[in-house]
Structures are given as C-alpha cells and as structure tokens.
Design a protein around this ligand. Structure first.
Ligand SMILES: Nc1ncnc2c1ncn2[C@@H]1O[C@H](COP(=O)(O)OP(=O)(O)OP(=O)(O)O)[C@@H](O)[C@H]1O
Length: 363
C-alpha cells in the first residue's frame, strides 16, 4: 500500500494543491500551527475514510462550505483514486469515481500515531474500547456490521426502557443477546493475537514490565440473557442497558497493576506506542501488506529510546510520513511546512569534516 499523492481543497488550513509521496520516509518539518497535523489527518481520511472528528464541518476551512481530499493509492501494481467530499454533517466517499461506504475503502491502509495516544492508557475506559472497536472493525467487516447493529439496538432498547415499555423488551433482548454474543466471541479471539503483538512491542520498546491485554467483561456469551433478565428493574430505574459489550473495558496491565491507574507518564507513553505497533502488525497480518504509517510530531517524544523506536518503525515500513518541529533524519523526501503549504527541501548537506569544527578548521 502506497500513497502516491494527496490532493486537498478547503481542508482546514491547508493550501489547495497536490503533494506526491515517494516510497520510504517523507519528513515534514515546520513551526507550530503550520498544518503538519492537518496534513496527516487529511491523508488518514483519504486513505481510510475515517476521522475522529464528530463535527465534520471542523474539517472544512473556515469561510468555506465544502472540503475535498483525494488519495491516489498504489496497491499491488494498480492505482486507484479515493475521494472524500465533506460538507455540513456529510461525508461522501468514492473509489475510482464510484460512490462507496467507509467500510469499502481498503481497511488496512493506514495507521496514525499521535502524541495524544497516551489518552488510550490514561483516558477513560471508553477510549480503550474505541481503540479496540475501531481496530477490530477494520480487521473484520462482519464485526463492524455487528457492532453498528448492536449500538443501534442499545439505543432503541434504552428508549423502550425510558418509556417503561416492558412488553417490547423481549424483542430487543433477543437481538441484543445474539449480536452481543458474536461481538464478545470475536473480541476474545482477536485479543489473543493483539495481546501477543502488544506484549512483544512493549518489550521491544525496552520496557522491563510485561504488558498484558485483557477484556474486563460485564457479562459473558454464556450468561448474557440471564444477566440482562437479572438486572431488569435496575435498567428500568436508570433507563439504560447496563450490561453487554458496550460496557466492557480493555484492561492494560503493566507488571502487576493496571496501567491506567499506576503507570508513570513515560511507561504509559510506551504502552500507547506498543498498542499502535500492535495495530500496525495486526493489520499487516490481516491484509498481507503494511499500512502507510503516519507519525505526528516525533519531536514531542523526548525520550531518546522511544524517539529512536518511532524512527526505526517508520524506516521498517514501505512508506511513512513523519512530522516534527525539527527535520526528520533519514528521509527519502523532506517537506517544509509553512502556513498550510509544503515545500520540498534539499536534504541538509552532510557537514564538511574539515571545516565543520571551527577549532579543527582554524588549526
Ligand atoms: N477548519 C479550519 N479552518 C482554518 N484553519 C484551521 C481549521 N482547523 C484548524 N485550523 C488551523 O490549523 C492550524 C493547526 O494546524 P496543525 O494542527 O496541523 O499544526 P501543526 O503544524 O501540526 O502544529 P504543531 O506543531 O503545534 O502540532 C491552526 O492554526 C488552526 O487554527
């Protein structure tokens, strides 16, 4: 999978235009607010159709009504064109001119590593559940379908609970148990591999503590129907479905303790990076090729070991785009970001061994 070029129009602060990306690492450096994150966000959206922004109009340049991003994607010798049009609350996707849904874009096409990934570790359980759901939805379209239907069912069932509609609950319960059971079983199967990959990555990052990923389930596939029935009066009182996979947590145990409560900031950052490398590996295994790797602000990573890990990871995949406030070492292409524009730069010339050191040069 390779992003041959990215075009944007009216996307956040990015100047309209097209950027080409070679194989290898593209380094993008520039001052704060130059548009580096926006570039990666646009690339991720065009490659995957995904964005974590709930209000799509935030992505549209202020003063404009619509935005557009396009990725020319090279995959196994053929080129395809992926387009995303954005308007007020709307997102239109096309592949080679044909309208598609998000799940129809190549699901293993990109992984995005960001400084705010620490929130996967220290944020609320919903963050870890969202990481797991998003990743597993990319691994399996069937699972994505089950999740979407399950969430709709929870919403409808909650409305019935709030309205005190005792008579309609058995209909929702049947659907909930069927979908919830599928979701729990798939999560359990996928987690076996994800746990191994995250553990390996955490060790590769130099952590001396073992990382273990487990599901903290509010119910089980075997007992879901009974557990629902047992909590019926509580559910009516709260007007909400209180048990099921929408309440489960992905627990990250580092050494002996839950990372979310006990890990140091640095340990948490290492765990977050391990989760992202595990995501990269799981998608590579599933789709038989490495995703495009997008690393936002490697300069925010102050620890030399983790910074080297990020740069090594970028060098290990066929294509990566790495941003920072300093030049990225070892790149195939360097772009300087300024005011939403990206200008190709010559690689910094290697220092002249004779004149580089003024003491030596003057001697
Ligand atoms: N919808 C929008 N319309 C216009 N400008 C926007 C929009 N959304 C964000 N911006 C601007 O984009 C700029 C931020 O760009 P971005 O986050 O990509 O910077 P950056 O180069 O990654 O900076 P840093 O190094 O601080 O992370 C901000 O100045 C912000 O005001």
């Amino acid at each position: 999978m390779q992003l041959a070029s990215l075009s944007t129009l009216n996307y956040r602060n990015l100047a309209p235009g097209t950027l080409s990306f070679p194989a290898g690492v593209t380094g993008v450096f520039g001052e704060n607010g130059a548009g580096k994150t926006n570039l990666l966000e646009a690339a991720y959206l065009a490659l995957t159709g995904l964005t974590d922004v709930t209000r799509l109009e935030q992505l549209v340049q202020s003063g404009e009504r619509e935005a557009y991003v396009r990725a020319d994607v090279q995959q196994g010798g053929s080129l395809s064109i992926q387009e995303v049009g954005l308007g007020r609350g709307r997102r239109h996707l096309k592949v080679d001119g044909v309208r598609v849904r998000t799940g129809d874009l190549p699901r293993g096409s990109a992984v995005w590593i960001r400084p705010e990934d620490s929130e996967l570790v220290f944020g609320p359980p919903a963050n870890r559940r969202a990481y797991l759901d998003a990743l597993l939805s990319r691994v399996s379209a069937r699972h994505a379908g089950h999740l979407a239907r399950y969430e709709r069912t929870v919403t409808q069932r909650n409305a019935a609970l709030k309205a005190g509609e005792d008579w309609s609950l058995h209909v929702w319960d049947d659907v909930l148990v069927k979908l919830g059971t599928e979701i729990m079983l798939f999560r359990r199967r996928a987690l076996t591999r994800l746990d191994e990959l995250a553990r390996e990555a955490n060790a590769a990052l130099g952590s001396r503590k073992t990382l273990i990923l487990t599901l903290s389930e509010s119910t089980t596939p075997e007992t879901y129907a009974e557990d629902l029935a047992a909590r019926r009066s509580e559910e009516f009182a709260r007007g909400a479905t209180v048990t099921g996979p929408h309440r489960d947590d992905l627990t990250l145990t580092l050494g002996e303790f839950p990372a979310s409560e006990y890990a140091s900031r640095g340990e948490g950052r290492t765990v977050a990076l391990a989760l992202r490398r595990a995501e990269l590996e799981l998608l590579s295994e599933r789709f038989g090729e490495k995703p495009v790797l997008l690393i936002d602000d490697f300069t925010a990573e102050l620890d030399p070991g983790r910074r080297a890990f990020l740069l090594d990871l970028a060098a290990s995949v066929p294509q990566a785009i790495v941003t920072g406030t300093e030049r990225v070492p070892g790149t195939a292409q360097t772009l300087r970001a300024h005011g939403g524009r990206f200008t190709p730069e010559e690689e910094a010339a290697p220092a002249d061994p004779v004149t580089a050191d003024p003491v030596e040069a003057g001697a």
